[in-house]
Design a protein around this ligand. Structure first.
Ligand code: SRM
Ligand code: SF4
Length: 522
């Protein structure tokens, strides 16, 4: 990068320099009078994302609201507030069914159909419910992920809940908005793993904390710079640092400040943290972080404690608290309707202690169900009919990004297609174990195809002289211990030709058998 290049700043930076987008919070009344059509384009399309409201060119006038759910943990009353918000928009959003929401690949929730004139009231409602959507998009730290079974897992190493909440409070100024940490050069992801199975996909975060023992003490090794983008994907690399749990917040803030003050602000395809680390080299990066932190970092522990295969947490598990269980429910492609959200809230209250947890596989967990209540819980219609605890193996591990239904970047439709195709494949094949199939509608990789057994990334291909919806097919992604990224093995498969390709792959590589044959051999 030449000095001249470094001085160039991109248009988003210019707009941010003119007015900090968090200031929009004070102008919501005027904006609602103005209407979304007349709003300044930057503020509508980008600025409002600082408050968590995403303009959707696919559904103009109906915004998406991205929450922050630290560590993926929320209460039944919080979920009910979200259900009420979404329920209002059933008609307005033009959904065939009632208002909807999605569980995201960062243990988070997004709501659809929001009107500009309701934003101020929604922000106030969220505040009263101890929720926030602030800084959930654009040049901000995204939802902070942590072990979904923190504090309840009998085998956990470090309870990540408090750490993640403290970090969220520091980054967002307790949900009110933090001017100091909301003008980063680009988006930023942080994950804190507390168990042995890398339930947060540590390697794809800008900073990840991974449990490790040093001199008999339990803390975290730190890896940095992981990211996916349309142009490049990189796994995080060691910072060569080990920290105690109390150091997670100060170290994260120090890294964020170094990134904020020194990160590239030119070509937005090259402004993620990894580019700064590469420009400086890890030694200089680490030294700058230490200077910002005000004390030297300890060297990394020789090994970390990620020694298990990744768990999906679906099914029934005894908690570390005797007599209590957590139950993981499968939410097909993460899609929730208002009625589901009300029902999940009710179940969490009637059978558990009102707590609900989300996973990066877009599923949910209801914890704290006493042994004596399990049987009744499992008979509930929502568990029996909508969100099973033991779905079929292909459906079990299906993940999908938003895709063309709501996302302006999408090259293809994902969620509905993914679900329909998996149902057809389940009908044709008997698969001995789950196969993690991840769909993502464009190369931005929100659906993380690089961590899947089979990843499908939206693209276009030419078929019979026509451009058609297609996928690049990825394989080899490994999660849990020894995690590594998969790569594209088959480009440009038209979606209409995909099913037989998947069928063959499932048979050749994952032990699937045609159902007919399975019946015959029995
Ligand atoms: Fe993402 C942009 C959806 C996880 C990489 N992502 C977008 C936008 C905001 C684009 C837009 O404005 O339309 C999508 C909103 C669509 C919508 O209406 O829902 C979007 N991303 C999602 C979600 C909802 C996918 C899902 O269905 O679960 C996930 C929300 C997470 C959250 O709760 O905050 C989501 N996005 C991810 C991940 C996965 C992760 O974090 O583990 C990645 C790859 C990891 C990473 O960021 O390094 C990811 N999203 C991107 C990128 C590429 C970033 C880059 O450096 O180039 C974009 C485009 C951008 O930022 O310019 C993007
Ligand atoms: Fe949208 Fe592309 Fe992300 Fe899917 S991968 S949500 S299509 S930006």
């Amino acid at each position: 990068m030449t000095t001249a290049d470094k001085k160039k700043i991109n248009p988003i930076e210019k707009a941010k320099a003119q007015k900090h987008p968090l200031l929009l919070k004070q102008e919501l009344e005027q904006l609602s009078q103005l209407g979304w059509e007349a709003m300044d384009e930057f503020e509508r399309d980008h600025g409002l994302k600082w408050l968590g409201f995403f303009y959707r060119p696919v559904t103009p006038g109906k915004f998406m609201l991205r929450l922050r759910i630290p560590n993926g943990i929320l209460t039944s009353s919080q979920l009910r507030v979200l259900a009420e918000i979404v329920q209002r928009y059933t008609e307005a959003a033009g959904f065939q069914q009632e208002g909807n929401a999605d569980i995201t690949t960062r243990q988070n929730i997004q709501l659809r159909g929001i009107h500009l004139e309701d934003i101020a009231a929604i922000i106030e409602r969220l505040r009263k419910a101890d929720l926030t959507s602030v800084q959930s998009g654009m040049d901000n730290v995204r939802n902070l992920t942590g072990s979904p079974v923190a504090g309840i897992d009998a085998d956990e190493l470090i309870d990540t809940r408090d750490i993640v909440c403290q970090l969220q409070d520091a980054i967002t100024n307790k949900g009110e908005g933090n001017f100091d940490l909301s003008n980063l050069p680009r988006k930023f992801n942080i994950a804190v793993a507390g168990c042995r199975d890398n339930s947060v996909h540590a390697e794809i975060n800008d900073i990840a904390f991974i449990p490790a023992y040093k001199d008999g003490k339990l803390g975290f090794n730190v890896i940095v710079g992981g990211f996916f983008s349309a142009k490049r994907c990189a796994a995080a690399i060691p910072l060569d640092a080990w920290v105690e749990p109390d150091d997670v917040v100060p170290l994260s803030l120090a890294i964020l400040i170094v990134f904020r003050d020194h990160g590239e602000r030119g070509n937005r395809q090259k402004t993620r943290l990894m580019y700064l680390i590469e420009e400086w080299g890890m030694e200089k990066f680490r030294t700058e972080v230490e200077t910002q932190l005000g004390y030297p970092l300890q060297k990394a522990a020789a090994k970390d404690e990620i020694i298990w295969e990744k768990r999906d947490h679906l099914g029934i598990y005894s908690q570390k608290q005797p007599g209590l269980n957590y139950v993981g429910l499968h939410v097909p492609i993460g899609r929730l309707y208002a009625s589901d959200m009300f029902e999940v809230s009710r179940l969490a209250e009637v059978y558990g202690n009102g707590e609900i947890r989300l996973t990066v596989e877009q599923n949910l967990i209801i914890p704290n169900i006493p042994d004596s209540r399990l049987e009744a819980f499992l008979k509930e219609p929502l568990v029996q009919q909508r969100f099973p605890i033991d779905p079929k193996p292909l459906q079990r591990a299906l993940v999908s990004c938003t895709g063309a239904e709501f996302c302006g970047f999408a090259i293809i439709e994902t969620k509905n297609r993914a679900l329909a195709m998996i149902q057809e494949l389940e009908a044709e094949l008997e698969t001995p174990h789950p196969v993690r199939i991840h769909w993502t509608g464009c190369p931005n990789s929100c659906g993380q195809p690089q961590v899947a057994d089979i990843g499908l990334m939206g693209t276009k291909a030419r078929k019979d002289g026509q451009m058609v919806e297609a996928v690049d097919l990825y394989m080899g992604g490994k999660v849990g211990k020894d995690a590594h990224l998969g790569s594209c093995v088959m480009p440009k498969i038209p979606c209409e030709d995909l099913k037989p390709v998947l069928r063959d792959l499932l048979i050749e590589h994952f032990g699937a058998r045609p159902r007919q044959a399975a019946v015959v051999s029995v």
